[in-house]
Write a protein that binds this ligand. Structure first.
Ligand code: PAF
Length: 282
C-alpha cells in the first residue's frame, strides 16, 4: 500500500498515472473507518482504475471544538481496513499544515441556500468547511469520480452544487447507507456510544420507517409532530431536528406535490453524541 502524507508527492505520483488515461476514483474520509466507508471503497475500486482514499480530520468543518477534539483518530486500524478492501488503494493522510498552509480557515460558499437548512442551520459554518476541504482535495486528486455516503445526503447535495458551480470535471456518486444489525446508520461517532446507547439508538431508524408510513396518508406537519412526540417520550434522546424536505432544494415540505421527491432528515443527541440519519419517502 502506498501512503502519502504530503500533497505535492501525491500530485506528482497521480500526474504520471493520469498520463496513462486511467480513471481515478476518490473516497474522502475523516478516518475512523467502518463498513460504510469500506463499501464506498469497494464500489470505487470496481468502477475506477485506481482508488485514492483520504484520511483527514478537517478542523474547519467542526463548529464544536469538543467534537473536533474527541473525533476518533485511528490511522493504523484505518490502514488495515483499507487493505482488507484492496492493498492497491492509495492513501492520502496529510497534516493540517500541509492542507491549510498555516491558515486553517474556511472559504465562504454560496450553495444557493442548501447550506442554511438542517445541518447548516444547527452547525453554523459547517458546510463552508466541507466545501473548502472537498474543493481542495478535488484539486489535489483530480478524481474522475468521488464517492459519498447517503447518510450525509445534504453534504452530497452541497458537494454536487460546488462541483456544478465550479465546473469541476468529477462525477459525484452517492452510495447507500450501511446499518448495524439494529439498523443504526453506520457512523464513526457510533464508536463513542456506550453499548446501552448504541442499542437504544435503534429507535432512530425505527421512527424514520414509521414516519415514512405515516407520511403516505398524513401531511408533513402531522408526521413531524408525531416524530417529536415519540422523542418527547424518550428522555435519553434530544431531538435536534426532524424535517421532511424536497430532495433537490432541501426546502421543508409545506404541502405535498406529487411531482417532488421527499426525504426525511433527523438529528438527535444521546449521551451528548450527535447522530444523523435519513430516509427517502417516495
Ligand atoms: O463526510 C465526511 O467524512 C467529511 O465531511 C468529508 C467529506 C471527508 C470532508 O471532510
Amino acid at each position: 500500500m502506498q501512503i502519502f502524507y504530503g500533497k505535492t508527492a501525491l500530485m506528482d505520483y497521480l500526474s504520471s498515472i493520469k498520463a496513462t488515461n486511467s480513471t481515478i476514483g476518490f473516497v474522502p474520509t475523516m478516518g475512523a473507518l467502518h463498513k460504510g466507508h469500506q463499501s464506498l471503497m469497494a464500489q470505487c475500486t470496481q468502477e475506477n482504475t485506481i482508488t485514492v482514499v483520504s484520511i483527514f480530520v478537517n478542523p474547519t468543518q467542526f463548529n464544536n471544538p469538543e467534537d473536533l477534539e474527541k473525533y476518533p483518530r485511528t490511522l493504523d486500524t484505518d490502514i488495515i481496513k483499507i487493505t482488507e478492501i484492496d492493498p492497491n488503494i492509495i492513501v492520502f493522510a496529510p497534516t493540517t499544515e500541509d492542507m491549510y498552509e498555516g491558515k486553517t480557515l474556511s472559504q465562504p460558499f454560496n450553495f444557493d441556500g442548501l447550506e442554511n437548512k438542517m445541518e447548516g442551520k444547527f452547525r453554523p459554518g459547517h458546510f463552508d468547511g466541507v466545501g473548502t476541504i472537498v474543493k481542495l482535495l478535488f484539486e489535489i486528486v483530480q478524481p474522475t469520480r468521488a464517492y459519498f455516503g447517503e447518510k450525509d445526503f445534504q453534504q452530497v447535495q452541497i458537494v454536487k452544487k460546488m462541483v456544478a458551480k465550479n465546473h469541476l470535471p468529477v462525477t459525484i456518486v452517492m452510495c447507500p447507507i450501511l446499518r448495524e444489525t439494529n439498523n443504526l446508520a453506520m457512523s464513526s461517532r457510533n464508536e463513542r456510544l456506550t453499548l446501552q446507547a448504541r442499542n437504544e439508538a435503534s429507535i432512530i431508524y425505527k421512527t424514520l420507517k414509521e414516519a415514512k408510513e405515516k407520511f403516505t396518508n398524513n401531511s408533513a406537519q402531522k408526521t413531524t409532530q408525531w416524530v417529536q412526540n415519540e422523542f418527547d417520550k424518550n428522555k435519553d434522546f434530544t431531538l435536534e431536528y426532524f424535517e421532511i424536505a424536497d430532495e433537490d432544494s432541501l426546502s421543508t415540505c409545506n404541502r405535498k406535490n406529487k411531482n417532488k421527491k421527499y426525504r426525511a432528515f433527523i438529528a438527535v443527541f444521546i449521551d451528548n453524541i450527535r447522530l444523523i440519519d435519513t430516509i427517502s419517502l417516495n
